[in-house]
Design a protein around this ligand. Structure first.
Ligand SMILES: [Zn+2]
Length: 242
């Protein structure tokens, strides 16, 4: 009996080993690979539009608490005039500041020179607050055209759209904001907004979810290859190491 039991035990081990050999590669192909290290899978950019707002200090704190994570804030000139101290706070936190127009209009319907002046005026406000003219521009609602893109270029800015819209402005839950944000692919740019407590609460969970995939929050840089924002619309920027 004793030896039969031992034979059975060895047979079981042998069968498990054979099964493991066959199951191994197939199972590995389906499993989420363990990231080799921080940022092993690359970078994604976290962006917040429409500030600064009264929630700016809490956003900056949440990013610090999440591991001194850096984000890009696309500010409007009007809000920067309302809260100049928060513009300074964003810059002092090591975050990047982009131009999001002065009054958040449909720039493509505004005409020239009004569209250009929306960008120029905002650059002057942001420069006087931080000492630097922004190098990034995001058109409100993503509404742009070649003339507006040229305005940005003339002012030394790269136009930045996004690859993932979290729809955080639609009154959705923090769970849904996190889930939407985490659909981002390496090099992608996540659209979020200032002023929502739901978005504020999503910050640590987005950072954690990116880290689980080996992604780090990156800086937005110009790119020579186009990035697709939505079908038929591309822009020339991506997320990268900073
Ligand atoms: Zn906006």
């Amino acid at each position: 009996m004793k030896s039969n039991a031992r034979v059975r035990a060895w047979t079981t081990v042998a069968l498990m080993t054979v099964a493991g050999l066959f199951a191994g590669p197939a199972a590995a192909a389906h499993a989420d690979p363990e990231p080799a290290g921080p940022c092993a899978a690359g970078y994604a950019a976290i962006t917040f539009d429409d500030g600064p707002s009264t929630l700016t200090p809490a956003y900056v704190r949440a990013l610090n608490d999440a591991g001194w994570v850096k984000a890009t804030f696309f500010l409007t000139g009007a809000h920067a005039l309302d809260h100049p101290q928060y513009v300074t706070q964003i810059a002092a936190g090591g975050h990047w500041i982009g131009n999001h127009s002065f009054s958040h209009p449909f720039l493509d319907e505004l005409g020239e020179p009004d569209a250009f002046n929306e960008l120029l005026g905002t650059n002057q406000i942001l420069q006087s607050a931080t000492g630097h003219a922004p190098s990034l521009f995001r058109p409100p609602y993503g509404r742009t055209n070649p003339g507006i893109r040229q305005d940005a270029t003339t002012l030394g800015m790269t136009e930045v759209l996004w690859t993932v819209d979290t729809y955080d402005y639609n009154g959705i839950s923090t769970d849904d904001i996190v889930a939407n944000a985490l659909t981002v692919r390496p090099g992608g740019i996540i659209l979020l907004h200032e002023g929502y407590t739901t978005t504020l609460a999503a910050i640590p969970r987005i950072v954690e979810g990116l880290a689980e995939r080996g992604l780090c929050a990156g800086r937005i840089v110009p790119s020579t290859t186009p990035t697709e924002a939505w079908p038929g619309t591309t822009f020339f920027a991506t997320a990268a190491h900073w």
